[in-house]
Ligand binder design. Structure first.
Ligand SMILES: [Zn+2]
Length: 118
């Protein structure tokens, strides 16, 4: 996953939804491939510089995909890319990976005082 493009997309969506209001917080749900929350948060802050999202607190919710192994019956959340190739328990490759890989901007918090001012 390209964290930079991801961060820019999240910021762009937040800016659109804010419609000129200053954003004090945003909540983002990231499903699928494991990402480094620090990298994503930092990317969002960089992408947000100079926008209404610049000072927003970033709240990330990570929802990893689940891998189900047909060999040993193991079912577990995916925490690294290797687990999507072979079962972390038995090394078998007869696995199913399920879950959503959507990235969703769940909500934003806008400064209501500034909303009245506008
Ligand atoms: Zn297994």
């Amino acid at each position: 996953m390209h964290e930079t493009g991801l961060s820019e997309a999240i910021v762009a969506a937040a800016v659109r939804r804010a419609a000129g209001r200053r954003v004090s917080g945003l909540r983002v749900r990231i499903g699928g491939h494991p990402v480094d929350p620090d990298v994503v948060t930092q990317g969002i802050q960089v992408a947000a510089a100079g926008t209404v999202v610049a000072d927003a607190a970033v709240d990330l919710i990570l929802e990893p995909m689940t891998v189900q192994c047909h060999g040993c019956g193991r079912s577990a959340p995916v925490h690294d890319h290797l687990a999507m190739v072979a079962c972390p328990g038995c090394g078998g490759v007869d696995i199913d990976v399920s879950g959503s890989d959507d990235v969703v901007l769940e909500s934003i918090t806008v400064d209501s005082a500034e909303l009245r001012a506008v």
